[in-house]
Ligand binder design. Structure first.
Ligand SMILES: Nc1ncnc2c1ncn2[C@@H]1O[C@H](COP(=O)(O)OP(=O)(O)OP(=O)(O)O)[C@@H](O)[C@H]1O
Ligand SMILES: [Mg+2]
Length: 325
């Protein structure tokens, strides 16, 4: 394994009984980067994280984490990682402060260092006021923040975060992003799963989309966006009549439509010529348009286009359709 690659999984397979959850997953994560696993519910993200973190064994394939094989040397791997699971795992009867200090001692931080790190984390996750209260009195979001703080007591070489910001309010989510970014500066490698696509977009250096047990796409956020869709031009029509005419005229070329806002979007290659052709078409049809906007695809478009979508008429399917007007 190349020194810069901290997580390397090849051909990972896992089944539960007859349910084939992972059917050959390959991943490579470089040191000091943030890698995000995306995928629909049940796609196998948590299963993959649990395999990487030595909590369960793969049926086939090989996994190296921080230079150690998870099957042959799980103890070594465990010394290099920290994991925050999808569900909170803190002691309800202890206070937030006690939970953190206890975890610090378990990690052999030494009393002074454990207390210092506890104070830092209580501050970072806005838990100072609640720090002396038993965790059983915390709200869901407070527990979640404490759980994250606990997993960050040490600065582990590799950190696994399974849906770290589920249930957090926007400010707490932002705090979490800051802490995570801060960790990569000191060389920590982070693998996170999330259902917040904006989070992956903002935070991740690279993203892998998992569906039906396989990686269906991998790349930087921008690469993935380019892969599923070009830019598109949104037209907002003056009234219902113009909206209907635009829809009829565009036919399958209308990618996103919203009758309430009277907006219709048309895929474009992002070039000035492409933009001009759309405007010329609008003029040629004599359509009354209130507003024209050029838009870029979002991570939502990526997710919807790349993962299985039973309703083929939705925008995920159509967004990649090229237009010939
Ligand atoms: N211990 C288990 N026994 C049986 N089936 C399991 C077990 N753990 C997971 N599964 C199944 O494996 C599949 C993948 O589950 P997993 O938790 O990895 O999905 P996920 O991508 O993390 O989903 P989510 O977004 O909902 O967290 C699901 O069909 C799930 O029911
Ligand atoms: Mg999960």
């Amino acid at each position: 394994m190349n020194d810069d690659v901290v997580i390397e999984a090849t051909g990972v397979e896992k089944s539960y009984g007859r349910v084939r959850v992972l059917t050959g997953v390959d991943l490579r994560v470089e040191k000091g980067t943030i890698f995000s696993l995306l995928g629909p519910n049940g796609a196998g993200k948590t299963t993959m994280v649990r395999i990487l973190a030595t909590l369960i064994k793969a049926d086939a394939g090989s996994v190296l984490v921080a230079g150690h094989d998870v099957a042959r040397n799980p103890v070594r791997v465990r010394r290099s990682i920290s994991l925050t699971g999808q569900y909170a795992a803190v002691d309800e009867l202890l206070t937030g402060e006690e939970n953190l200090r206890m975890m610090g001692r378990l990690y052999h931080l030494g009393r002074k260092a454990a207390w210092r790190r506890t104070d830092e984390l209580l501050e970072a996750f806005d838990l100072v006021k609640a720090s002396r209260r038993p965790v059983k009195t915390y709200s869901g979001g407070m527990r979640r923040r404490l759980d994250l703080a606990v997993s960050l007591m040490t600065r582990p070489p590799v950190l696994f975060l399974d849906e770290p910001t589920t249930g957090l309010d926007p400010r707490s989510r932002q705090a979490m992003w800051d802490v995570v970014r801060d960790l990569t500066v000191t060389g920590t490698t982070i693998l996170l799963t999330t259902q917040y696509l904006e989070e992956a977009d903002r935070l991740a250096d690279r993203i892998a989309v998992i569906d039906h047990g396989k990686v269906v796409a991998q790349g930087t956020p921008d690469e993935l966006k380019r892969q599923v869709a070009s830019e598109y031009v949104e037209l907002v029509l003056d009234d219902g009549e113009n909206y209907d005419r635009a829809l009829r005229g565009l036919g399958a070329a209308a990618v996103h439509t919203d009758p309430q806002l009277r907006s219709v979007s048309v895929a474009s290659d992002g070039s000035p010529g492409g933009f001009r052709r759309i405007l010329e078409w609008v003029e040629g049809q004599g359509l009354a348009v209130t507003r024209v906007r050029v838009k870029s695809p979002s991570m939502d478009d990526v997710f919807l286009a790349l993962t299985d979508n039973p309703d083929k008429s939705t925008r995920s399917d159509s967004v990649s359709r090229k237009v010939g007007i």
